[in-house]
Design a protein around this ligand. Sequence first.
Ligand code: PCO
Length: 196
Amino acid sequence: MENNPYKLLIAATGSVAALKIPILVNNLLELNTSETPYHFEVRLIVTEHAKHFFDAAELPPKVIMFDDNSEWQAWNQRGDPVVHIELGKWADMMVIAPLDANTLAKMSQGICDNVLTCTTRAWDLTKPLIFCPAMNTRMWQHPITSKQIAVLKEWGHEEIPPIEKTLICGDTGIGAMAEVNTIIDRIKVVANKKII
Ligand code: PCO
């Protein structure tokens, strides 16, 4: 199974819910036992603002993290790898958790100005892409949000909707990222479709 891993590209944007990235990634790798039909190999893409919310030292050593600097460092001349293209080819599935209001807006318009949005812009739509919005309730309720989510769904991307909680800023309402277990359960179901 380790020779034929299921390649998961986890992506994080600049919502405070990015603080859940270490637990999401660690819990995913803990699923890799001899009893499970899949063996996840995880790579992580982050925006510059996502890095603000977690400590990369809490990631399992096996997980390679890509940021904008990795993209620019990798390419110097013709023939060098283009990170956002290589990651898209590598991945069996992409999961954006959290997807903040800004990156949602950019994706829906085709804007690609960092390693994460360049990866989604070049995404092969035959492969699954799951997104987990997270934002303040007031942003969530603005009519532009549902319009932009509908665009992503039209392309076949799948939403795991945000939930109601008392948010980090003290407001209570919809906008918190779906629970890590909910996200992992969905990843398992989608991954199983490829394996079975
Ligand atoms: C800030 N925005 C938010 C939205 C994202 N928040 C969440 C949860 C976490 C804690 O349970 C951070 C995961 O609150 O997803 O808080 C308000 S302006």
